[in-house]
Design a protein. Sequence first.
Lengths: 253, 208
Amino acid sequence: MTPEEARLNLDACTLRPGDAEAEARVLAGDDAALGAWVEKRSAFDEQAATAFNASPVPLGLNERLLAAMMAEAPTPVSKPALMPWLALAAVIALSAVGWWWNAQPAVWESQAFAVVSGLNSGTLPLDEFSSDLGHLKAVLAQANVPVPEGLPQDLTAHDTLGCKVIEIGGRPASVVCFKVTADSPAHLVTFQISGLKGAPTTTQPLFAQKGDWHMATWRSGDRGYYLATKADGQTLRGLFALLMQPGFWGRLV
Amino acid sequence: MLSLVSNPMLQFTWLDSTREIEVDRKPRPKSSAAPMATAPDFKQLIDAHYQGLFRFAQSMCRREGLAEDLVQQTFLQWARKGHTLRDTDKAKTWLYTTLYREWLAIARREKKHEHVEFEPDLHGSTEDIPDESPTVDSVTLQRALDALDEHYRAPLVLFYLRELSYRDIAEALDLPIGTVMSRLSRAKDGLRRILLQTAGVTDLKDRP
């Protein structure tokens, strides 16, 4: 190895000295000038690397990426086994997959979450902007997509931001965004539930949490609702305060 | 980012004008050889690498929106093809390689109009660099990196990310190891020179 080759190799390893070739390290140890040069170079590179890795990364990017990846992940499909031991392995694997699959959010839920994450972060644009829920419902009705009906008064008391036509489970659906707090909107996804695996089964809202997201899901007739917000769980539950009063659902029926 | 609530019109208008990656937008058939990755797997992978990938993308394309798209496209490629990678230890290099290829494809399509960038061969590389070490912060560093030619910027950014060895950088950029080492060395010289020149200009401006 020539001194120039050693210099190049050491220069490429200032931040990871362990990656340098042994011969280059020996040369740097024997040559005081080369050693001093590497030391100075390393000091600058440390400073530059620290500065570079201090540059900001968009807030919530990791959550948006996860939502997109989960929406993209294909559905597993089993293959028939040809040999008994392969069949046994397949059965075991499928059982594990079945267990895993049941533990995962339904496909419609992942799709709804991907949409609301995109809307919240601004990577998905709304189709229509309006603070008037009536106007948005008219727009959605004209687009022939499920329109939210019979919503809790505590939710409809808030201004809307806009709406968007989307797809859930391969069928048209809609999302309406409400300004429930000053900085955290709530996104209401309305979709058809017939034939949708894992769709909401109760008319009373079921609450869930995923990271800093709080969600409520419920059904009304053939419509499923998914309301998600980054506002705290208490705020979300507050939107259903009237409905949660004892006997309310009984009186409705 | 501006709050959606505080000014939704402004935000969505801006987004509509943002250019999106055009690749691979068609619906894809579900494959029976699909990956069986779980949410925790994806989450771990994303949390470990999204910041580095974003900084690399941002340094290459210089646009935040496009950088986000590039990172997302990279992870989506992983969701579809990552399971074909036999050596899972290579996941990091695979991600950087994929992002760089996505960027090259976009850069080729865009064919940006010519502008002068720093190239050590053309812009005074024969001059001696002052011995002093310039001071850097993330803003001045990014500005100096932007002034470097892409061929030098790509390996240097990957180097400063501390994520990859020079051998991994060579693999990610599909370059011979010797080329990466010499480009790294020249890129560092160029960067120091730009930082020193910029510091000089600032000093002059600051004089009464």
